[in-house]
Design a binder for this molecule. Structure first.
Ligand code: NAP
Length: 313
C-alpha cells in the first residue's frame, strides 16, 4: 500500500510538527507541506528553516486540498481549531493529531469531523523538553512508539495508510482504545511529570526560604528531575486538564505506594527497601533491553575529558 500523501497540512509547528515535516520530507512521504500556526514570529521561524512549502496563519487555508491533516498544537487549542478547519477538510482526507491525551481529543474534535473524513487521533511517544520550530529533528520518531486510536467507523485502509506513514518515519505503531492509552500514559508519563514538577518546585521553594545551596550542589537525582520539569508549561497544563480521571487514579496508587516506602524508611525496614529497589532496577534494565533507553552511564550525557594528573601521564 502507498503511504504517500499529496499534501500534508501541519496545524502547529513546534517540536513535534517540525519533526514530522523534516521526517516526512526526508523519507519522501509527501509532495507538499502546508504549515499553519498562531503567531507570525513562529511562522517566520518555520519559513526560515524551510520546513514547508506553504505558510499561513489561517488553519482552514492550510487544510484546503490536503489528504493528510495533523493537529500539532497544545490539546487545549484543538476544539477551536477543529471548528475552524472542519468546513475546509477534503472528502477522503485523514485527520490526525499528536496530542498527549486521546479520549479528550475524540470528545472535542470528533463532533466537528465530516463523515467523509477519517479521524484517526495519534500520539508519538517521543519528545524532548525543547519547544518551537527550531527544536525539531527528523530522527525524533525513530525507534519510538506511536499510538493510534481510530474509532470503529474509520475504514481499515485509511488506518493502514497512517500506520504506514508513521512506520516510514521510523516509528513502531500500535492501535488501541483511547481510554486505554490515557490510563497507560497517566502512569508512564503524566504522573512522572507531576512528580518532577513537584520535586523541583519543592526545592525551588526551599532554596528561596533557606537561602541554602541546594541548587548549587544538586546531584544527578534532582538534576534529572529538572529536565522533565523543564517541559513546556502550556502543553503539560493541558495534559492535566484533559486526562484528569486517569491521572487521579494513578496518582492514588502512587501515593499508596509512597506511604509504604515512607513507613519502611521510618521503621528502618532495610529488607523491604532493598527488595523494592531491586525490582525497580530490573524495570530499568528491561527498558534498556527494549531499546527505549541507552545503557550508557549518566543517561549517555557527554562529559568533557578530565585532564590526566601528573602521575597518570
Ligand atoms: P510546541 O513546540 O510548544 O509547539 C506548539 C505549536 O502549537 C506552536 O506552533 C504554536 O504556535 C501552536 N499553537 C499553540 N497554541 C495554539 C493555538 N491556540 N492555536 C493554534 N496554534 C497554536 O509544542 P510541541 O511540543 O510540538 O507539542 C505539540 C503537541 O504535541 C501537543 O499536543 C503535545 O501534547 C504533543 N506532544 C508533545 C510531546 C513533547 O515531548 N513535546 C511529545 C508527544 C506529543 P505559536 O508559536 O504560533 O503560538
Amino acid at each position: 500500500m502507498s503511504v504517500h500523501f499529496k499534501k500534508l497540512a501541519l496545524i502547529g509547528i513546534g517540536l513535534i510538527g517540525s519533526s514530522i515535516a523534516l521526517a516526512a520530507r526526508r523519507h519522501g512521504l509527501v509532495d507538499t507541506i502546508a504549515i499553519a500556526t498562531r503567531r507570525e514570529e513562529t511562522l517566520d521561524e518555520a519559513r526560515a528553516l524551510a520546513l514547508g512549502d506553504i505558510y499561513t496563519l489561517d488553519a482552514a487555508e492550510a487544510v484546503h486540498g490536503a489528504d493528510l491533516v495533523i493537529l500539532c498544537a497544545p490539546v487545549g487549542a484543538y476544539e477551536a481549531l477543529a471548528k475552524a478547519i472542519a468546513p475546509a477538510l477534503e472528502p477522503g482526507a485523514i485527520l490526525s493529531d499528536v496530542g498527549s491525551v486521546k479520549a479528550h481529543v475524540h470528545k472535542v474534535v470528533g463532533p466537528y469531523v465530516p463523515p467523509n473524513v477519517a479521524f484517526i487521533p495519534g500520539h508519538p511517544l517521543a519528545g524532548t523538553e525543547h519547544s518551537g520550530p527550531g527544536a525539531g529533528f527528523a530522527e525524533l520518531f525513530s525507534g519510538r512508539w506511536c499510538v493510534l486510536t481510530p474509532g470503529p467507523e474509520v475504514p481499515q485502509e485509511q488506518t493502514d495508510k497512517l500506520v504506514g506513514f508513521w512506520r516510514a518515519m521510523g516509528s513502531n505503531v500500535e492501535c488501541m482504545d483511547a481510554a486505554h492509552h490515557d490510563m497507560v500514559l497517566a502512569i508512564t508519563s503524566h504522573v512522572p511529570h507531576l512528580v518532577a514538577y513537584n520535586i523541583v518546585g519543592t526545592v525551588a521553594d526551599l532554596e528561596a526560604d533557606t537561602k541554602s545551596e541546594v541548587i548549587k550542589f544538586s546531584a544527578s537525582g534532582f538534576r534529572d528531575f529538572t529536565r522533565i520539569a523543564a517541559s513546556d508549561p502550556v502543553m503539560w497544563r493541558d495534559v492535566f486538564l484533559t486526562n484528569r480521571d486517569a491521572v487521579l487514579e494513578m496518582l492514588g496508587r502512587f501515593l499508596e505506594d509512597l506511604s509504604v516506602l515512607q513507613r519502611a524508611v521510618r521503621t528502618g525496614d532495610g529488607p523491604a527497601l532493598e527488595e523494592m529497589f531491586t525490582r525497580t532496577r530490573a524495570i530499568r534494565r528491561s527498558i534498556i533491553n527494549a531499546g527505549q533507553e541507552t545503557a550508557a552511564a549518566d543517561f549517555g550525557r557527554p562529559h568533557e575529558a578530565v585532564p590526566k594528573s601528573e602521575e597518570q601521564r
